[in-house]
Structures are given as structure tokens and as C-alpha cells.
Design a binder for this molecule. Structure first.
Ligand SMILES: [Cu+2]
Length: 287
């Protein structure tokens, strides 16, 4: 192989001779090894292909190599291009992405802080995730609390949304800054209401905080979006945003309606895991 190295080193050697020599060596090597191959001392080129894939890989490599030999040699390119080790280009492709990232980071951080800081909350709601329903507490509204369960398919009334409507929706007043505490009692859930931009993990033993200020009365739906068990898909969230007057009226009724629910806090209920639609869920005890 030393003679080959010298051959390359000689500037006067014709390219055609070099290519012919390489091809001859390649052919000879392929013929000699008889369909078995392993790395060899002074190996020149790739190992012989033994599969259709490797045949194509080798052929592609050889095509490119031929182009490189004919196109990019010292006679065709006496002065090499400086597309590598080009200080200007390297500066640009470092600095421009940094500037782009900074441009993204500034509004991104502003938004993260806006989401994170509760601006002088008018009221607080505590959301608790359970396998597989939510419960809602209004600690500063006379400790009102109740469970919110999916409406099974068989009980759906016209107009109610399958897998989204619940028996007792969360009711909140509009134009009110509401601090939302989120926690859990069994596994990790996540209270996710897309229209509110609120998505908060419900973790046992932790009190996570988010906030919302609903601007328009209406009904908003969400879902648990942390895989939390067999009925993960059947613990939807329904929020009714009402005017402040309507909210006060609802509060009066709700305090009576949910008054007997105080024993619920210690209750651990396991939903019927056998029914994938949630239809066979037993009615929560105490309702
Ligand atoms: Cu969940």
C-alpha cells in the first residue's frame, strides 16, 4: 500500500491512473475475500457488501468519491474555499441563533411570570383530584365543597356533552381574580381547562397554585390531562362562569344543596374499573 500512498503524493500522476488503481484494488479485494469480511490491517476502502443495503451504501459512497476526486483536487481548486474555518460565518451562525433565542425568551419569561403570580385574588377555589373525579372547595365562601362526577352515557340529557358534562360543575363569577389551589388525594392528576390557559398538577401532599379571571360568562370544559388510571378519561371538568349576581344567588342555593356533604372529605371511593365508558360508576356515597 505504500506505493499507493506515493502514487497519491505525486502531483504529476494522472487522476485517471489513480482511479483505475483504486478500482482495480477494489475488484481484486472483493474477489479475494469470498463473501466474508472483517477488518484487516491496512484496509483501504470499505468492507465488501454482503447485503442489498450495503451494496447501495457502497455504490453511493463510490459515486461521491469519484466526484470528489475529479472535482475537488488541487488543480481544479488551487485556492480552497473557506466555507469552513470562516470566522465571519461561524460568528454569524452562533450569534444569530442566540439573538433569536433571546427574542423568544423575553416575552416567554414575561408570560411565565404573568401566569405564575396571582394578582390580588378576590377569591380562592381549591381543586382536588381523585381517582376518578374532582372535588371543589370554596374556602372563603363558607367552606362550600362538593364533588363533580361525570354524567354516564346512559344518563345524558339532550344537549349534554358526552365525556365532558358533569353532575356538579364548578361555578365561578366572571371578572373576578380567582386563585386556584390544586391538590390530589391518590395519584397525580392535572386540572386542565384549555380556554383558561390553566393546567396544574394535582399532587398528593402538595398545594399547587394557579389563577384565572374569566372574562365572559359561559360554560367551559376541560379534562384531567395526567394519565391517572383506568378511568382517567372519565373525570372531565366543567366550569360555569356566571355574572357576580348570579354567582351570589348560586352560592345561596349551593350552600343548602351541598350542606350534607361534610362527611365526604374522608371518603375514599373507587370507581368501577370494569366499565371503560364510566357508565357503571357507582353513585358517590353521600349524594
Ligand atoms: Cu386524573
Amino acid at each position: 500500500m505504500v506505493w499507493l500512498t506515493r502514487l497519491f503524493a505525486k502531483r504529476t500522476t494522472s487522476r485517471a491512473l489513480v482511479v483505475f488503481a483504486i478500482a482495480a484494488i477494489g475488484l481484486a479485494a472483493t474477489a479475494a475475500i469470498a463473501w466474508a469480511d472483517a477488518p484487516r490491517p491496512w484496509e483501504f476502502g470499505m468492507q465488501a457488501p454482503a447485503t442489498p443495503v450495503k451494496e447501495r451504501l457502497s455504490a453511493f459512497h463510490d459515486e461521491l468519491l469519484a466526484i470528489v476526486i475529479f472535482r475537488f483536487n488541487h488543480r481544479s481548486h488551487p485556492v480552497p474555499t473557506r466555507t469552513s474555518h470562516n470566522t465571519v460565518i461561524e460568528m454569524l451562525w452562533t450569534v444569530i441563533p442566540v439573538l433569536i433565542l433571546v427574542m423568544i425568551a423575553i416575552p416567554s419569561f414575561k408570560l411565565m411570570y404573568y401566569m405564575d403570580r396571582v394578582p390580588n385574588p378576590d377569591m380562592t377555589i381549591k381543586v382536588t383530584g381523585h381517582q376518578w373525579y374532582w372535588s371543589y372547595d370554596y374556602p372563603d365562601q363558607g367552606d362550600l365543597s362538593f364533588d363533580s362526577n361525570i354524567i354516564p352515557d346512559r344518563d345524558l340529557k339532550p344537549g349534554q356533552k358526552r365525556l365532558l358534562d358533569v353532575d356538579n360543575p364548578l361555578v365561578v363569577p366572571v371578572d373576578t381574580v380567582i386563585r386556584v389551589y390544586v391538590t390530589g388525594t391518590d395519584v397525580i392528576h392535572s386540572w386542565f381547562v384549555p380556554s383558561f390557559g390553566v393546567q396544574e398538577y394535582a399532587v398528593v401532599g402538595r398545594l399547587n397554585e394557579s389563577w384565572m379571571k374569566v372574562e365572559h360568562p359561559g360554560v367551559y370544559y376541560g379534562q384531567c390531562n395526567q394519565i391517572c388510571g383506568v378511568n382517567h378519561a372519565f373525570m372531565p371538568i366543567k366550569v360555569e362562569a356566571v355574572t357576580k349576581d348570579e354567582f351570589q344567588r348560586w352560592l345561596e342555593d349551593a350552600k343548602k344543596k351541598y350542606a350534607h356533604h361534610d362527611d365526604r372529605r374522608d371518603a375514599v371511593r373507587v370507581a368501577a374499573a370494569s366499565d371503560a365508558t364510566g357508565a357503571a360508576r357507582p353513585a358517590p356515597a353521600g349524594n
